[in-house]
Design a protein around this ligand. Structure first.
Ligand SMILES: *Cc1c(COP(=O)(O)O)cnc(C)c1O
Length: 398
């Protein structure tokens, strides 16, 4: 049996995780979205439209780059980068935003809503909505608005309505709550475009499917370029969409080790991290079941990472299942290691990565040292670091 069979089952479960932890009327709306998705994904028209946009709008396929100077610097295994940072709008998120915007259009929805952390999902979705011609509204925590100024400006230029979120931690988790409240005002006509492989069924499945183009391309490209498959594939994990995007094509390749890298923030021995896979326990958050960082009452704990796109107290249900069955190994990288990798990749290869992606680069450099030069590591470089450049320069006094 393949590891991708029946994932998720018809109730939206990946093993014990996922589902729809929602009132019956909202379950009905989610099932309607699932029905529409399953219907259109089979059609030639939708497949062609999406394939055409991936090629001519996003710039796919994104290349795989052999990072020779980074490899030399790390000393050991050969490091390759899947260049999702080269996508239009600067990250992998455009892959699922186009799918979601097209689906919303096909379903006749009147407004697309979402939250954003680092602003990457917001910019990608605002772009996709401008392209498809649907009004777009993005909720974003005030702290993230201050930190991610370039993306905030872009969203405004792209014509979306930006709603600052002042409640709670003023970051990603509260932005989700705020956007969801707005969605509940008219869920029949609004479409909530979830920004990762999280939320109620069918979103973890749908976002994974749209992102799986990354691994489908990468598996073939890697074989073409090197004659074989990589020994290890690594990706950072916030909600887990770029990781599922690259992992899915390799799930049945038992010899390819898959590693998800989550944020250890200021350290796993401090409360300031977002290491959901390391410390999370099973719970419900935002309409689905997964490993979560929660207090005794089941309320999400405040989480932290230097990378705004990774500080979420839950994680995609399929990742939780892949951890349970030991198909994917999860590791944590702290802020300092992330910053070091950010600078090292910039100065050895002339590629400025997103702080999120730098977590995966950092773990790849660490791991490479313990491997021989004939081993290979493929890192999903999920996004570019333009949005983080000012923040890092200030932090390091450059
Ligand atoms: C949003 C984001 C992430 C985190 O989201 P996932 O769903 O875990 O992929 C990672 N990298 C970049 C560049 C992002 O913008």
């Amino acid at each position: 049996m393949s590891l991708t069979d029946n994932m998720p089952d018809n109730k939206g479960y990946f093993g014990e995780y996922g589902g729809q932890i929602l009132p019956p009327e909202m379950q009905a709306i989610m099932n309607e979205i699932d029905g529409a998705y399953e219907e259109i994904r089979q059609t030639k028209e939708f497949q062609q439209e999406l394939a055409e946009l991936y090629a001519k709008y996003v710039g796919r396929p994104s290349p795989i780059f052999h990072a020779k100077r980074l490899t030399e610097h790390a000393g050991g295994a050969q490091i390759y980068l899947k260049r999702e940072d080269l996508n239009h709008t600067g990250a992998h998120k455009i892959n699922h935003c186009l799918g979601e915007a097209l689906l919303a259009k096909y379903m006749g929805k009147t407004k697309v809503l979402a939250e954003t952390g680092a602003g990457q999902h917001g910019v990608a979705l605002a772009s996709a909505c401008a392209l498809v011609g649907i009004p777009c509204e993005i909720h974003m925590g005030e702290i993230d608005i201050a930190k991610e100024h370039p993306n905030v400006v872009k969203m405004k230029i792209l014509g979306c309505k930006l709603v600052p979120v002042t409640r709670g931690t003023k970051t990603l988790k509260d932005a989700v709550d705020s956007a969801f409240d707005e969605y509940l005002l008219d869920p029949v006509n609004f479409f909530y475009a979830i920004g990762s492989v999280v939320g109620p069924h069918p979103f973890p499945k749908m976002v994974r499917d749209f992102q799986s183009i990354i691994g489908t391309e990468a598996r073939q490209q890697f074989q073409q370029q090197t004659g074989t498959l990589p020994n290890k594939v690594m990706a950072c994990v916030g909600g887990g969409s770029n990781a599922m995007g690259i992992f899915t094509a390799f799930l049945d390749d038992a010899d390819v080790e898959l590693v998800g890298v989550e944020p250890a923030g200021k350290g796993l021995d401090t409360p300031d991290h977002a290491a959901t896979m390391t410390f999370g326990t099973k719970g419900a958050i935002h309409g689905f079941e997964c490993l979560t960082l929660q207090d005794e009452k089941g309320e999400p704990l405040p989480v932290y990472s230097i990378a705004s796109g990774l500080d979420y107290p839950g994680v995609g249900p399929q990742h939780c299942h892949l951890k349970d069955i030991a198909r994917v190994r999860y590791e944590a990288i702290d802020d300092q290691e992330c910053l070091d990798a950010f600078m090292t990749l910039s100065r050895t290869e002339g590629i400025i990565p997103a702080l999120e992606s730098a977590h995966a680069v950092a773990y790849a450099m660490k791991q490479a040292k313990s491997l021989s030069a004939d081993q290979t590591i493929l890192v999903n470089l999920s996004g570019r670091g333009d949005k983080d450049a000012d923040f890092v320069a200030e932090k390091l006094g450059l």
